[in-house]
Write a protein that binds this ligand. Structure first.
Ligand SMILES: *[C@@H]1O[C@H](CO)[C@@H](O)[C@H](O)[C@H]1NC(C)=O
Ligand SMILES: *[C@@H]1O[C@H](CO)[C@@H](O)[C@H](O)[C@H]1NC(C)=O
Ligand SMILES: *[C@@H]1O[C@H](CO)[C@@H](O)[C@H](O)[C@H]1NC(C)=O
Length: 386
């Protein structure tokens, strides 16, 4: 499966190199010409690894979530010395083992300098069990999910205790007061928020800013035939507010879908709107993030957990970050995590985010226990025209 996708990827990149210039003797429609220039601009804007950014040696464990605040500072949610392993849960259940019920004793939320990766502030010790998603809203509240506690929290800017807590500690459930391993949150500017829930419930919940349930949808029942509401691990969630859409990475179904968010049109909350990433286009979709500045979606996918053998016998890692337009077209595949980048062993991009100006991207590598920073070297003017 993975190797089929790899060869398709290689073929695609080969084709785009071969047909790098337009053939003017062909009859191109204005739309094709426009798409060609957008593609060229996107290629030139390909983000490049910023080697000046480095998180190493600061106690970061498995990195599960990243986001930036209004000041441009990066927040990193990680598992310190407590990786998620086969012993984390009681076997065949979603309940934490007794050992894992002891909270992680070191800080798991790091604020780091976006230029250097140097730690500037941290909190969150003696509270979390299995850190997962992190998002920062327009007021710089920090929202996180813990898949061990089965809860969602909001921490006001600068606070070390949450002012909003949803779900019941350690108790998985599927009613409106419980979650089961909730993966991520997306917060709208009117304060409404959405939770992707998660590894066991396969549903999306919408809440008002005070935490009252507004709507829920999605299920895995009957997913022998895939429908627009069948989800298999909704792993990441992001809003396109100007289109009134909430988009979900449907990880195990290898796709991403958008639903009407009901922020403006309240009659259509949760109904399917469009396919953002077609099934199988980029492997399992771990993370999606709307880059508002460029009106594009960035996404991280898993083509293979382990290095693949290339023709000359060396290990290669497939590309794992992509840019899509909002109509579901892949524009570029830009983070090629090579052994040089990943340094050793498996690599898994678990989450990603964009800086608010759309220039910088941060990729959270769960297995390498680090964050890579990629920077665009191009004015965003051309891609914005579409
Ligand atoms: C999808 O969303 C767009 C943008 O909000 C809207 O114009 C359109 O009517 C929606 N389509 C469906 C089928 O919900
Ligand atoms: C709201 O959504 C419904 C269902 O998709 C659609 O029929 C209706 O036209 C929409 N209303 C507005 C004002 O866009
Ligand atoms: C940015 O791109 C231009 C043209 O592709 C190139 O000449 C320049 O070296 C790049 N700068 C950086 C910092 O990568």
């Amino acid at each position: 499966m993975a190797s089929v996708e790899i060869s398709r990827l290689l073929l695609l990149s080969l084709l785009s190199t071969t047909y790098g210039l337009p053939y003017f003797d062909e009859d191109w429609s204005p739309r094709q010409i426009r798409e060609y220039f957008i593609q060229r601009a996107a290629e030139q804007a390909r983000p490049r690894l910023d080697v000046g950014f480095n998180l190493d040696g600061q106690g970061v464990g498995q990195v599960s979530g990243v986001d930036v605040d209004s000041n441009g500072d990066l927040y990193v949610f990680h598992r310190a010395d407590r990786p998620w392993t086969a012993e984390t849960y009681v076997m065949f259940t979603n309940v934490l083992s007794e050992d894992a019920k002891v909270p992680i004793s070191s800080d798991v939320i790091y604020k780091v300098d976006p230029k250097t990766g140097k730690l500037t502030h941290s909190f969150g010790k003696d509270f979390f069990n299995v850190p997962h998603g992190l998002k920062i809203d327009q007021h710089d509240n920090i929202w996180v999910t813990d898949v061990g506690r089965h809860q969602v929290f909001r921490f006001p800017k600068g606070a070390t205790r949450p002012d909003l807590e949803l779900g019941e500690k350690f108790v998985p459930g599927s009613d409106e007061k419980h979650f089961c391993k909730p993966t991520d949150v997306a917060v709208a500017s009117n304060g409404d928020f959405f939770v992707s829930d998660g590894y066991c419930n396969n549903r999306i919940l919408k809440f008002s800013s005070s935490g009252q349930i507004i709507a829920l949808w999605g299920d895995r029942e009957g997913s022998y035939t895939l429908t627009p509401s069948s989800l298999n691990i909704p792993h990441s969630i992001t809003l396109i507010e100007e289109l009134d859409l909430v988009c979900v990475a449907d990880r195990e179904n290898s796709r991403a879908l958008c639903y009407n968010a009901g922020l403006n049109n309240k009659t259509s909350i949760g109904t399917f709107n469009r396919t953002l990433i077609p099934q199988g286009d980029m492997g399992k979709v771990y993370a999606i993030y709307y880059d508002k500045a460029d009106k594009e979606m960035v996404a991280a996918g898993l083509l293979s957990e382990y290095p693949l053998r290339s023709g000359d016998g060396s290990d290669i890692y497939p590309a794992r970050a992509f840019t899509y337009n909002l109509e579901g077209k892949q524009l570029i595949s830009w983070a090629f995590i090579t052994p040089d980048v990943a340094r050793n062993g498996p690599s898994l991009i678990h989450d990603l985010c964009a800086s608010r100006d759309g220039r910088d991207f941060y990729l959270a590598d769960l297995d390498q226990k680090t964050v890579y920073k990629y920077t665009k070297n191009w004015s965003t003017a051309v891609t914005q025209q579409q």
